[in-house]
Design a protein around this ligand. Structure first.
Ligand code: AHM
Ligand code: MG
Length: 345
């Protein structure tokens, strides 16, 4: 454990680190006028994530793999774990009493909470569905906004707001360990779950995305469908250049949460651009792109749709898709230069 993590030494040798709860409480104490509702909402989210973690770990044993037989709003086959994770989040968040609107990648329309509170929570309950059955990293991605009319009847319009209005975003990655990465607008902090006691401990305080990386992450199988500019970028990043460290290494898990987590920590670039089959790409603005864009900006990285800032896009529909390019400032900048035609080699 890093020396910079505030910790408590007990009985001479055991070190007890900062828990997620303590971290969130400290943020609340520093915020004048805080009522504790936001702290309580984050504690509920953390509970939902620990429940999902527990099920993901048992998936191969408990008849939780495979499909439910239903198709979701995206026209995709619903996996049992997708459906389970969605139910857990909706139930726990509704019960918290802090949400006016709950929106999920798995649900057609936003849910008006039965105990309306002052927040909007939007999430992808289990990102990386295609990897569920093969024991590859998957995750949960979320964004929280303050309602614009906290005393009024909740409306979907309160969810259709640009990502720059996000108050908090994060994700859980169910990988070899379960990590919870969070930002409330004061940097990005990573916590690791100690599964024996069910508590998240601060393990990566103040994550910074390096200014330039050495890896790129993109589904290159889509190459023939990309624009000539994006193909040029792809050729360029694989060309030898001692001066700027090319060729970059290639990493692609196919779970946004895993590919983004690596890119956030190590730098480089993740791109899911539009193509001739899907002009707006595959990823959803409200449930995937906005929360990731918020985290990357908070960590000193950048997030665009290839050209423009993701967090400035005005959403028109809950399930709207957008091309997404996130990563180190220098690498996302180079991608933009190719797309705009400013450079072609
Ligand atoms: P999902 O939310 O249904 O899991 O789909 C989104 C996933 C992302 O996690 C990942 O970046 C992308 O789809 C991978 O898509 P592809 O298989 O086309 O590379
Ligand atoms: Mg997803």
């Amino acid at each position: 454990m890093s020396e910079s993590i505030p910790s408590m030494r007990v009985a001479g040798s055991t070190v007890v680190g900062t828990t997620l709860r303590e971290h969130v409480l400290a943020g609340m104490r520093a915020a004048p006028g805080a009522t504790g509702e936001f702290t309580s909402l984050l504690n509920h989210l953390s509970l939902a994530i620990r429940i999902i973690h527990s099920r993901v770990r048992q998936a191969g044993l408990a008849d939780l793999l495979g499909y439910t037989g239903e198709t979701n709003v995206q026209g995709e086959q619903v996996q049992k774990l997708d459906s389970y994770a969605n139910d857990v989040l909706v139930t726990v968040l509704d019960k918290s009493g802090h949400c006016g609107i709950i929106g999920s990648e798995e649900i057609d329309d936003a849910i008006v909470s039965s105990h309306p509170g002052k927040y909007v929570v939007l999430f992808d309950p289990l990102d990386g569905s295609s990897n569920i059955d093969t024991n590859v990293g998957i995750g949960t991605i979320f964004a929280i906004l303050r309602r614009t009319e906290p005393r009024g009847v909740p409306t979907v319009a309160e969810a259709l707001r640009p990502g720059r209005e996000i108050a908090c975003a994060g994700y859980a990655l169910y990988g070899p360990s379960t990590v919870f990465v969070l930002s409330t607008g004061q940097g990005v902090h990573g916590f690791t779950l100690d599964p024996a006691i069910g508590e998240f401990f601060l393990s990566s305080p103040d994550i910074r995305c390096p200014i330039q990386g050495s890896m790129y992450s993109v589904n290159e199988g889509n190459f023939p469908r990309w624009s000539p500019q994006i193909r040029k970028w792809n050729d360029w990043i694989k060309m030898e250049s001692r001066q700027d460290g090319r060729p970059y290494g290639m990493r692609y898990v196919g779970s946004l949460v895993a590919d983004a987590h690596r890119t956030l920590l190590k730098g480089g670039i993740f791109a899911y651009p539009g193509d001739t089959k899907s002009p707006n790409g595959k990823l959803r603005l409200l449930y995937e792109a906005n929360p990731m864009a918020y985290l990357f900006e908070q960590a000193g990285g950048e997030a665009t749709n290839g050209v423009d800032r993701i967090l400035d896009i005005q959403p028109e529909k809950l399930h709207q898709r957008t091309p997404l390019v996130i990563g180190s400032k220098s690498d996302v900048g180079a991608f933009r230069q190719f797309v705009t035609g400013e450079r072609d080699e």
